[in-house]
Structure formats: structure tokens, C-alpha cells
Design a protein around this ligand. Structure first.
Ligand SMILES: Cc1cc2nc3c(=O)[nH]c(=O)nc-3n(C[C@H](O)[C@H](O)[C@H](O)COP(=O)(O)OP(=O)(O)OC[C@H]3O[C@@H](n4cnc5c(N)ncnc54)[C@H](O)[C@@H]3O)c2cc1C
Length: 500
């Protein structure tokens, strides 16, 4: 065995997975064919749910320091400069540490992640290594790759294909990305503006036109412009300098810009029929492709890595005896992708592309009025920030209680710390209310109303921050059984030690 885990593809998802595995002391070999990270900005936003995962893995600070951090996501009507939508992430500061959005182009994100992976002694990053095939049996997987003109093979207990939408790993498993491709084509470009039209708004949207035309700022004076083409619009014409100038005029008015790149894309709503086959898993774009509306593609991929990293680590710690923990990745992440990510991005895409200008203008007016209240702001923060998904069908989760399967709210504790700071990416028992418990635990004196918990209660929280069980009228037997179920018996319940 060359390493317990072989990762194919060092985009943001493969790199994050390598760092997540290292966080749990698992060695990995990462095979990446491209000598350099991507050049394009691609994903430009890191949402709160992804941030808390990266914080657990000690990756957050580097990304936050390199990007800009905004607590309010404000979009303007590009015609009138009036606010179309404003989402204030501090509305969820009771359940999220440091709530806001990291705005950072993907090429920077990848550069930082690559440097962290290269510096980590548990990660063996092999740049210029192009994977050409793989074969698995019941005990290991062999991965063939080419580097510097030489054919080589590495053997791992598990392989994760993070090799993107056209990756070889999914093909080798005989799987395809099933779903649909939207009719509309999208033109994207990155622009540096001579004069920025306004420093505090992150997005500018035209709602008086059919289709979609908007821009999002991802660095000082630097904007991503996104516009849809009509069904009959000629692709070549759409990329002509005249059409390009017209799109820029629509979102910015008359300003001078320098175009960094532009391109025409189709957008998809697709996922693989399985995310796990034998000892091989798929993550990120290799497993699912979504519309860029909502900016969830890369974030969902890093969240795949968060679900997988601890499961691989704990399966290996348990002597690799039982596949149940690893296989639960398939059930959980396919549910999250199809029920939450796809639905949300699809709804946004259909509104953006399908609504008439009149309907959009009416919706914008009524929506902005409706979402100003704190309750709606919290809902928007949860949806945008990817804080609200739930695993309901997982065998690891006792979903009878509505809290189970959800991310735990990162509440502030009486000593001023937060639940997640105390867990630091490990599994934990959380005692809510007054209950003597002779096991290491984190105590939360009072439950928020939305937890719908009868106190006292005990929560079993997984390393990825998901509540596996919410136990009311807790007994030691119930806690043991919930722990056993949540971790498939791979890791024993923490022994009585320093009780917090
Ligand atoms: C123009 C554009 C705009 C986007 N905008 C957004 C956005 O606003 N928000 C958002 O969240 N997402 C956005 N996305 C999507 C986002 O970029 C992807 O979801 C993200 O890159 C997925 O990361 P990944 O690591 O799964 O795959 P990728 O980034 O595709 O990385 C795959 C890696 O695998 C490597 N590889 C492939 N085959 C092999 C092989 N045989 N051997 C070795 N290595 C291999 C590749 O070189 C690459 O480095 C955008 C994408 C595009 C193209």
C-alpha cells in the first residue's frame, strides 16, 4: 500500500480533501495533471458552511486573509443603482462564528490550498501526474498514472475521484452525470474597470431585460459579468467585441474596462447515479454539476470532502473492517446534492432565465420589502450560506428528531467560546440543560426554541458538525446506542475523563 487514500485531481475539492484527511492524520497521495492551478476566477465566493469546515482544518485563516470578507451581500438594480436585495449575515451571528462571505477567485483559492497541501507532511502532492486508469478488488485500488513520460502505479485502500466533470475516475466506474442541460447558453467574462461604479455593492443586476444579465465583484475593480443568450442568438456574434461592449454597458453604463477572459458555457443540473462504488468515491464536479446561480458548485464539493474525510479516517482507524461508514457518504451526499443544492440552484436559474422583465421587476419590488425583517434575513442567510441542508435518509442519522441530520448551530457558550471551537472538528456529546453525565461533553445550558428539544437532552455531533442524534430523556444506554449508530461502531464513545 503506497498510501491509505489516493486522490485523483487537485482542484479545490481534491486539495481540500487532502487537508481534511491530514487533519485526521490520514496520509494521502494526490495526483494532479495540471502544472499550475486554474487561471480563471470561476467560483468567487466561500459561504459560511464551507468556512466553518475549513476553520476546523486550519485552512480558513489563509483564505480569509487573502480574500475580502463582507458581512452584507448587497445587489443593486444596474439601471437605477437602487438596492435590489441586501442580505446581512450578522443576522445569524448567534449560530455562526464570524458570519459573512469570503470573496476570493478560485485561482487564488487553489493557489493557497496547493501551497498548504505541498507543505503538509501527510500529503504527497504529485504535480504533472495524469491518471490513466484504475482497478479495484475487495482490499485495495491500483491507480495508473503517467508522469514525465513514465507510466507508474500507486496502490491505496481507497480512491477518491476529484477530477472534475470530465474525470476519468467516474468513467472507469461506468457512471455518467445524469440530468439535464438548460436551453440557455451563458457568456461569462472577467473585467477590470477603470472606475468602479460603487464600492459597497457586490452585485449589479439588470431586471428590465429578458434572460439574465448581471455582474459580481470579486476583487477591487474586478467583476465577473454573466449574461444569458436567447435561444436563437448566434454564439459567434455573442462573443464579438460589439456584443461584449453592449453587455458591459448594460451592467455598468459607459465605463472603460479591460477584459481578462470571456467564454460561452452551457449550464447543467446533473449528478452521478452513485457517489461510491466499492472502494472508490466521487466528489465535487466529478459527482455533480450545478448551475452557477447561487455560487454553490465549489462549496458543495468542499462539503463533500468534509463528509468523506472523517469517514475515511475513522474507517481506517477501525482497521478497515466495515464499509458502512464509507458507504454512507453516497447516501448522504447524493441526498444533499439532489434535495438541497440542485433544487436551490435550479429555482434561482429558472427565475433568472425564465421570468419576464415585468415579473422580475414585480418580484424584486415585493421581495425586497418582504425580506427586510430579521426572520427573513435569517432564512436568506441560511439558504445562501448553505447552512440549512439535512440528511434524512442516512443510516447513521436518527432522523426522528427534526434537529438530527442538520448542521449544529454554532452557539456561543457561557464562557464566550463556541461549540465548534470546543469540538475542533472532532465528534462530541453536547448536553443541553441540566444533566449529570460521566462522559466528556460540551454543556449548553439553554436550547434555542427552534431546536424543539425537551430538556434535558443529549446531542451526538459528528466531526463534520452534523447532529447524528438528538436524545430526549437521555439514558446511558440511549447515548451508547446513538453513538454506535452514528459511527457504525468504528470509534468507541469517549471514556470518562476531564468533564467540561
Ligand atoms: C467559468 C466557471 C465559472 C464558475 N463559477 C462558479 C461560481 O461562481 N461558484 C461556484 O461555487 N462554482 C463555480 N464554478 C464551478 C466550480 O469552478 C467547480 O464547481 C469547481 O471547480 C469544482 O472543483 P473540483 O475540484 O471538483 O473540480 P475541478 O476544479 O474541475 O478540478 C479537477 C482537477 O482534476 C484534475 N484532473 C482531471 N483529470 C485528471 C487526470 N486524469 N489525472 C490527474 N488530474 C486530473 C484537473 O486538472 C483539475 O485540477 C464555475 C465553473 C466555471 C467553469
Amino acid at each position: 500500500m503506497d498510501a491509505p487514500v489516493i486522490i485523483v485531481g487537485g482542484g479545490p475539492v481534491g486539495l481540500s480533501l487532502a487537508l481534511g484527511l491530514a487533519r485526521y492524520e490520514v496520509r494521502s497521495i494526490l495526483l494532479e495533471r495540471a502544472p499550475e492551478p486554474v487561471r480563471e476566477s470561476r467560483a468567487v465566493v466561500i459561504w459560511p458552511r464551507t468556512q466553518e469546515i475549513l476553520r476546523d482544518w486550519d485552512v480558513y485563516d489563509a483564505l480569509r486573509a487573502s480574500g475580502s470578507f463582507v458581512t452584507t451581500f448587497r445587489a443593486l438594480n444596474a439601471c437605477t443603482d437602487a438596492t435590489l436585495l441586501s442580505v446581512d449575515f450578522t443576522a445569524v451571528d448567534d449560530v455562526v462564528e464570524d458570519p459573512g462571505v469570503i470573496v476570493l477567485p478560485q485561482n487564488e483559492t487553489e493557489r493557497i490550498l496547493r501551497a498548504l497541501v505541498a507543505a503538509n507532511p501527510l500529503c504527497d502532492l504529485r504535480i504533472g501526474a495524469e491518471v490513466t486508469g484504475l482497478a479495484q478488488d475487495s482490499r485495495h485500488v491500483d491507480v495508473a498514472y503517467r508522469i514525465d513520460g513514465t507510466e507508474r502505479t500507486v496502490r491505496g485502500a481507497y480512491v477518491v475521484g476529484c477530477d472534475g466533470a470530465h474525470g476519468i475516475v467516474r468513467h472507469a466506474l461506468g457512471l455518467s452525470l445524469e440530468g439535464m442541460t438548460y436551453d440557455s447558453r451563458i457568456v461569462l467574462s472577467d473585467e477590470i474597470l477603470e472606475n468602479d461604479p460603487g464600492e459597497d455593492a457586490l452585485a449589479r443586476v439588470r431586471i428590465d431585460q429578458p434572460g439574465f444579465c448581471a455582474a459580481i465583484r470579486f476583487a477591487p475593480r474586478t467583476w465577473r459579468v454573466i449574461a444569458s443568450l436567447g435561444k436563437d442568438e448566434d454564439s459567434e456574434r455573442a462573443l464579438s467585441p460589439a456584443a461584449h461592449r453592449e453587455r458591459l454597458r448594460m451592467v455598468f453604463g459607459d465605463v472603460e474596462t479591460t477584459t481578462l477572459w470571456n467564454s460561452l458555457f452551457k449550464i447543467h443540473r446533473r449528478h452521478a447515479q452513485a457517489f461510491v462504488v466499492g472502494r472508490v468515491a466521487l466528489a465535487g464536479d466529478a459527482a455533480h454539476l450545478n448551475s452557477p446561480a447561487g455560487g454553490q458548485g465549489m462549496n458543495a464539493g468542499i462539503q463533500d470532502a468534509a463528509n468523506l474525510a472523517w469517514k475515511l479516517a475513522w474507517t481506517l482507524r477501525d482497521g478497515d473492517r466495515d464499509a458502512a461508514l464509507f458507504e454512507s457518504y453516497d447516501i448522504e451526499r447524493r441526498e444533499m446534492v439532489t434535495d438541497t443544492v440542485e433544487r436551490y440552484t435550479d429555482r434561482l436559474t429558472r427565475v433568472a432565465l425564465g421570468f419576464s422583465p415585468r415579473t422580475k421587476q414585480f418580484a424584486a419590488r415585493t421581495m425586497w420589502r418582504a425580506v427586510r425583517g430579521r426572520g427573513m434575513q435569517r432564512k436568506l442567510c441560511r439558504a445562501l450560506g448553505m447552512l440549512s441542508g439535512r440528511y434524512t435518509t442516512s443510516p447513521l442519522v436518527d432522523s426522528r428528531h427534526p434537529l438530527a441530520g442538520r448542521r449544529i448551530d454554532d452557539l456561543r457558550l457561557p464562557d464566550g467560546t463556541r461549540i465548534n471551537r470546543r469540538r475542533r472538528g472532532e465528534a462530541a456529546l453536547v448536553v443541553v440543560g441540566e444533566l449529570p453525565l460521566d462522559l466528556p461533553h460540551i454543556r449548553v445550558p439553554v436550547a434555542p426554541k427552534r431546536w424543539h428539544l425537551k430538556l434535558p437532552a443529549v446531542l451526538v455531533v459528528r466531526p463534520d458538525g452534523c447532529v447524528a442524534a438528538a436524545i430526549e430523556k437521555p439514558t446511558r444506554e440511549k447515548i451508547d446506542a446513538a453513538w454506535q449508530r452514528a459511527f457504525c461502531g468504528a470509534v468507541p464513545i469517549p471514556r470518562p475523563a476531564a468533564v467540561s
